[in-house]
Design a protein around this ligand. Structure first.
Ligand code: F6R
Length: 256
């Protein structure tokens, strides 16, 4: 695993976007795993800028990590009723680049049979030839995707119950400002499993801010444990790059 420490969020985002752009240039039909959340927004803004400057996303295939159960790709709903990750991805990235609609895959939080959907999602990833580069954040409780503490490190795409910490974090980040009462926030999600994520050929994990410092140190330098599912990065055998700002890196030991 390679750990890159950048001075601030902006630099972290530029570096991450450049890694993604480099893959898109080298392999125009690459398969990219996308994450939502606050952390990748700067990266997506830079990818949009690169697209305006000519970067072509028309061949890429996109697979998102996760989606809340009970909401989803219903674009007819007004913004304040829909905090789906599908909407987030369209607002923050997909709508602004030339990725083809048929190449966008996002777990369907409105699926009638979520378990069957999860099995089919795994098959779609396999049919695409696997994920070339998976972008990851890290939750305050150490989750990757919505693989909450206790999730098996070999888990596959499935429905997961969200922890109180994740609900609190995401309520503050997204739901409160949309004026949605806490009780209306979905408490379950569809997520790629840790086993699914570890099959990607490259990982890039990003984190910023002092709030993430403790959990970053646990994930990268603590015991590998299902209590911190992102610690599975230590088992990963492909190329993993962790891009942090100085604050998120501040609790790491022996950084070169
Ligand atoms: C989002 C996701 C989550 C986030 C994590 C961090 O698709 O899978 O694991 O990466 O919750 O969220 P932020 O970036 O908002 O701190």
């Amino acid at each position: 695993m390679e750990i890159i420490v950048k001075e601030n969020y902006q630099e972290m985002s530029l570096y991450t976007a450049e890694m993604v752009a480099d893959l898109v240039r080298r392999k125009p039909d690459c398969v990219i795993g996308f994450a939502t959340g606050r952390t990748p927004v700067g990266t997506y803004q830079e990818l949009i800028r690169l697209h305006k400057a000519g970067l072509d996303f028309s061949g890429i295939r996109a697979f998102n990590l996760d989606e809340y159960l009970g909401i989803g790709r219903d674009m007819s709903k007004p913004y304040d009723q829909d905090q789906s990750y599908a909407r987030f991805m369209y607002e923050e990235l997909f709508r602004h680049i030339n990725v083809k609609e048929e190449n966008i895959h996002i777990p369907d939080g409105l699926a009638k049979d979520p378990d069957a959907f999860c099995a089919a999602y795994e098959q779609e990833i396999s049919k695409a030839g696997g994920i070339d580069l998976q972008i990851l954040g890290i939750g305050g409780d150490g989750h990757w995707g919505f693989n909450e503490p206790g999730a098996s490190l070999s888990s596959r795409t499935r429905v997961e119950n969200l922890t109180a910490q994740t609900l609190d974090d995401n309520y503050e980040a997204f739901y409160r400002k949309a004026g949605i009462p806490r009780e209306q926030m979905p408490t379950q999600a569809i997520t790629m499993g840790i086993g699914t994520i570890l099959e990607a050929r490259n990982l890039i994990m990003i984190a910023n801010g002092s709030k993430k410092a403790g959990i970053i140190a646990k994930a990268l330098q603590g015991p590998v444990t299902s209590a911190v599912t992102a610690s599975a990065i230590q088992l990963y055998t492909g190329k993993a790059v962790v891009v942090l700002d100085r604050e998120a890196a501040s609790a790491l030991r022996n950084l070169k």
